[in-house]
Design a protein around this ligand. Structure first.
Ligand SMILES: NC(=O)c1ccc[n+]([C@@H]2O[C@H](COP(=O)([O-])OP(=O)(O)OC[C@H]3O[C@@H](n4cnc5c(N)ncnc54)[C@H](O)[C@@H]3O)[C@@H](O)[C@H]2O)c1
Length: 327
C-alpha cells in the first residue's frame, strides 16, 4: 500500500510508520513538528514538513506523478491531545483537530484518496455507563479534547458517505511503551497519564508519584484502567488500512488490551523495574472507577490481538526514557 501518515513524527504515528515500513509499505509522513520530532520518522519513509490546516501542504504530500501509483490510504494522527490544555484553550483544539481534519479531508477528496484511518480516543465516551466500553455506548465527552475528537469522527462519517470513501476510526485507551529497538518512544511529558508520571518520578524528574483516590469501588480502592502497548496499537493501524483496501467497507473499533489493571497494580509492577516514591492523594474530579475497552470488534474484523503484557509496556517505556535521559 501507499500510505500518507499525517502526524507520523509523533509518538503513536512514528510507531505506525515503523510497522508500515516493516510490513513493506510505501510511506510519506506529513508533520508540522509542533510536538513531533524529525528523527522519529523512519528513514525509509519520505518526510514532508507541513501542516494539515494548509490544503496546499496536504495536496503536495499526496501528489504523485503519472508513473507512480496513487495513495491507497491516509492516516490521521495530527492532533492536539492534552486534556487540561483543551479546557483552557478550546479554540486551538477546534482549529487543529476539527479544522485541520476538514482541510486534510478536502485534500484527500481532491487527490481521490479513498480511505482514512483516524486516531480517536476513549475520551469520546465521557463518563462510561458500565465498566467495559463498547463502541455502541453513548458518547458524551466531558472536555473539549473529547468533543473535538467526536466532531472529527462525525465529520469523517459524513464526508465518507458523500464521497464514496471508507473510514477506520480507532478509539484508543491508555497507550504506553516503546518500540523494541528503542529508536522511538514517548519522550514528552503527558503529565495526566500514569505511566509517564511513574517514569518521570523514577528518573528523578519529579519527587513523588500521587495516586489519586484509594476509596473507589474496586478490589484495592484505586482506579482501574486498560493499558495497550504502542506497537500492538500501531499494528492495528496496518490491519485497519488493509481492511479498508481489501473490503471497501468502513469500521469503528476500540483498541485496548481488554484487561483492567488498578493504579496500585501498575505501581507495584513498575516497582519491579525501577525505584520511586508514591503517596495517596484525594480523588481527581471526573475519574471513573473503571475504564476497560471491549475489543471484540477489533479482534473479529481486523484479526487483531494485543500481545504485549503490562510488564513489557512498563519495561520498554522505562528503557526508552532512560536512554534519552542519558543522551
Ligand atoms: N497518546 C495517547 O495516549 C492517545 C490516546 C488516545 C488517542 N490519541 C490520539 O492519537 C493521536 C496521536 O497522539 P500522540 O500521542 O502520538 O501525539 P503526538 O503529539 O506525539 O503526535 C501528534 C503529531 O502530529 C503532529 N501535528 C499536530 N498538529 C499538526 C498539524 N496541524 N499539521 C501537521 N502535523 C501536526 C505533531 O507534530 C506530532 O508529530 C492523536 O490524534 C491523539 O488524539 C492518543
Amino acid at each position: 500500500m501507499k500510505v500518507l501518515v499525517a502526524g507520523g513524527a509523533g509518538y503513536i504515528g512514528s510507531h505506525a510508520v515503523y510497522e508500515l515500513v516493516r510490513a513493506g509499505h510505501d510511506v510519506v509522513v506529513l508533520d508540522n513538528l509542533s510536538t513531533g520530532r524529525r528523527n522519529a520518522v523512519h528513514p525509509a519513509a519520505r518526510f514532508v514538513e507541513g501542516d494539515i490546516r494548509d490544503k496546499a501542504s496536504v495536496v503536495a504530500a499526496l501528489a504523485t506523478d503519472a508513473q507512480s501509483a496513487p495513495f491507497d490510504v491516509a492516516m490521521h494522527f495530527a492532533a492536539k491531545l492534552i486534556v487540561p490544555e483543551s479546557v483552557t484553550e478550546p479554540l486551538a483544539y477546534y482549529e487543529n483537530n476539527v479544522e485541520g481534519l476538514r482541510t486534510m479531508l478536502t485534500g484527500m477528496v481532491e487527490c481521490d484518496v479513498r480511505n482514512i484511518v483516524f486516531s480517536s480516543t476513549a475520551a469520546v465516551y465521557g463518563e462510561p455507563s458500565g465498566a467495559e466500553c463498547h463502541e455502541d455506548d453513548h458518547t458524551v465527552p466531558i472536555n473539549p479534547y473529547g468533543e473535538t475528537k467526536l466532531a472529527a469522527e462525525r465529520m469523517i462519517k459524513w464526508v465518507c458517505a458523500a464521497h464514496g470513501m471508507n473510514y477506520c476510526i480507532l478509539r484508543y485507551f491508555n497507550v504506553a511503551g516503546a518500540d523494541e529497538t528503542l529508536e522511538i518512544g514517548l519522550d514528552k511529558d503527558q503529565l495526566t497519564h500514569l505511566v509517564p508520571l511513574i517514569m518521570q518520578t523514577a528518573l528523578g524528574l519529579r519527587d513523588s508519584l500521587s495516586i489519586f483516590g484509594d476509596d473507589y469501588d474496586t478490589p484495592d480502592g484505586t482506579c482501574i484502567r486498560d493499558y495497550v502497548h504502542v506497537t500492538d496499537l500501531a499494528k492495528a493501524h496496518v490491519l485497519g488500512a488493509l481492511y479498508l483496501v481489501n473490503n471497501n467497507a468502513s469500521l469503528l473499533a476500540n483498541l485496548g488490551s481488554g484487561k483492567g489493571f488498578s493504579v496500585k497494580e501498575v505501581v507495584d509492577a513498575a516497582l519491579g523495574i525501577c525505584r520511586f516514591d508514591y503517596e495517596y492523594a484525594p480523588r481527581r474530579e471526573g475519574d471513573p472507577a473503571k475504564l476497560i475497552a471491549n475489543i471484540d470488534r477489533a479482534r473479529a474484523l481486523l484479526g487483531w490481538e494485543p500481545t504485549r503484557e503490562l510488564s513489557t509496556i512498563l519495561a520498554s517505556d522505562y528503557a526508552y526514557r532512560k536512554k534519552i535521559n542519558q543522551a
